[in-house]
Design a protein around this ligand. Structure first.
Ligand SMILES: Nc1ncnc2c1ncn2[C@@H]1O[C@H](COP(=O)(O)OP(=O)(O)OP(=O)(O)O)[C@@H](O)[C@H]1O
Ligand SMILES: Nc1ncnc2c1ncn2[C@@H]1O[C@H](COP(=O)(O)OP(=O)(O)OP(=O)(O)O)[C@@H](O)[C@H]1O
Ligand SMILES: [Mg+2]
Ligand SMILES: [Mg+2]
Lengths: 165, 165, 165, 165
């Protein structure tokens, strides 16, 4: 297990905790190494998301604000999406990819979570390039530009878009 | 490295050639259901060498070629070109601009070009190595896929962190 | 037959007893991510005899009992009661109001009551036969499940139509 | 294959076509009996959604307005959701269940489709009881009442809600 991997893992755990803390308004999150012999500390019957496959794996532990650490499966749809987005944003912060494509990732979020994710993404946008498909107005408002797609008689084309009001 | 431009011709619902200029920061792709937004993101995946037809929602690779509409005949081939600004030398090529092109027709397999010179798929993969865009990149999240990062087995998540190292 | 009332006590995040009155027509359940909306719909599924723990996002049936929070101790049992207006005689019982209750504690299985008389699960199923609420009812669509009706095998869809006959 | 099933199937196909036509603004939809030996007319390699299982099953065929009939898998997320909702509403119209629970079924829809589904549901509400969990304002406006759920310190409770503006 290389020292480089461990160094990166440390930075990803840090970024994950910080990002989730901000997106969730005070929650906690971590990645925990797990191995085949020892399952999750939280469940004796781990679902597929924590079934280690050969050697050390990483388990996701999330504690939304005001709640106790909960098994991922019991979290709500929006809470799971928020945790996933935080982990994604953490990987992007530690090792930016050339660009990042996000297709409707905020579908399960309520308005306040959409706004927090959009403003966080806006900050990430100053260091990297993001293409996000969205139906959410708040996400559109946080973007640097809009690319409009329309279809007529089964053929797609581009249109320029201005945000209303 | 910056994503400059995407040119789509005959790919899925883009029967007419479409040229999309991307800037820095966050670009929001917007439009009604079924207009072609996810098709656009799949064009990026496809030109970068996506091999899985199922991950492009098709059953045969020829499903990505415009199949016609009540007012348009099907097209014989699909072609997508993606152009990068390489002035920072991220890509191992001595060009300030690098264009990758992929073309497929109804009879055969895919053909690739890098800066208009014929190339093989493995050349494209080698070119993109280290950009976070090849293989199981966390940087491209398809519609309905955001929670995949949580469903991943611990060992797969470790691989993502290793990829980020 | 009309759904009149739902009483939830100790089920998932409903540590304090909650009474919900439903009227005719469309009731919209609203609130932030993670507030308990899906838990509420799962309480309905559960009191009607849902046997699959996984479909309730749990790993053991005791996962549906309030498990505590930083400010509240876990509870020993969960109980849900659903009350129907039966003045049109849809349910095969000579009562204008029919209440089904389900209770589970941490040690044992579930106990059922129909109008405060002890009952078995099969009594509940027989009571609900023909109301479209038992078994693989199309009438209860869980979060993220709306497309299941398309993914269903043709024979399953036929069964749904037969159920509707 | 009972005459009653065939009669019901006829009514479901009719309701499906009419409902989808209205929700999609002019599209067409049908259910087609398929058997094990003969797969779908549209694809030689049927995906799981049309793999008949023993005897006659039902395949879903959808043609959004302005497009040719398309394999379900190539449709967009919103188009698939709309088809699923239309089929669901068709079953509910043909054989109303005692009540119907819908947990965030419009997550993939754009604003105009949300509005059409909400107004259709409002009409269904005059003949049946619906409980819909939603984050969409248009869906809330079409409801007969709002049931607010809130969480504090890990415990859910009800709040009365008024729609702003
Ligand atoms: N090979 C093809 N030829 C013609 N049209 C196609 C082809 N492949 C897909 N389409 C059409 O493209 C449309 C789907 O486009 P896409 O998935 O990009 O929509 P979208 O804008 O992402 O919508 P949503 O907001 O619902 O996700 C479908 O209507 C489908 O019929
Ligand atoms: N047994 C339990 N004890 C205490 N809390 C629980 C229990 N089971 C689930 N929860 C909590 O309930 C919350 C999830 O609630 P629910 O799924 O109803 O949210 P929701 O309102 O549907 O949110 P969303 O809009 O994101 O779908 C989680 O935070 C989870 O921790
Ligand atoms: Mg899409
Ligand atoms: Mg929910």
């Amino acid at each position: 297990l290389g020292t480089r991997y461990l160094a990166t893992l440390g930075r990803v755990r840090e970024a994950f905790a910080a990002t989730y803390g901000r997106l969730s308004g005070g929650g906690a999150a971590d990645l925990e190494p797990v191995d085949e012999d020892r399952g999750s500390a939280e469940a004796s019957d781990p679902p597929s998301s924590i079934r280690p496959v050969g050697g050390l794996g990483l388990e996701v532990i999330v504690r939304p604000p005001g709640k106790k650490p909960t098994h991922l499966s019991l979290l709500s749809g929006g809470e799971r999406t928020l945790a996933a987005i935080a982990l994604l944003f953490a990987l992007v912060q530690v090792q930016p990819a050339a660009f990042c494509i996000l297709d409707e990732i905020e579908a399960a979020l309520d308005e306040s979570n959409v706004v927090r994710c959009a403003s966080f993404l806006r900050e990430l946008g100053s260091h990297g390039q993001f293409i996000m498909v969205t139906h959410q107005k708040s996400s559109m408002e946080a973007a640097d530009r809009l690319i409009g797609v329309t279809m007529r008689d089964g053929v797609s084309s581009l249109v320029s878009i201005r945000l209303a009001g | 490295m910056l994503l400059k431009r995407l040119e789509i011709m005959g790919f899925k619902s883009f029967a007419d050639k479409v040229v999309i200029e991307f800037g820095a920061g966050v670009s929001a792709v917007v439009g009604p259901n079924g207009s072609g937004k996810s098709n656009l993101t799949e064009a990026v995946r496809w030109v970068l060498g996506e091999g899985s037809v199922r991950s492009l929602r098709g059953q045969r690779m020829e499903d990505v070629i415009f199949g016609g509409s009540p007012t348009r005949r099907p097209l014989p081939l699909a072609e997508v070109s993606i152009t990068f600004d390489n002035s920072d030398g991220t890509l191992p090529l001595a060009f300030a601009e690098v264009t990758v092109t992929r073309r497929v027709d109804r009879s055969g397999g895919s053909e690739y070009c890098i800066n208009r010179a014929e190339a093989r798929l493995r050349d494209v993969h080698e070119l993109l190595a280290g950009t976070g865009l090849s293989g199981n990149a966390y940087a491209i999240v398809g519609q309905g896929q955001v929670e995949e990062i949580l469903a991943a087995r611990p060992a797969e998540r470790r691989a993502m962190v290793e990829e980020a190292s």
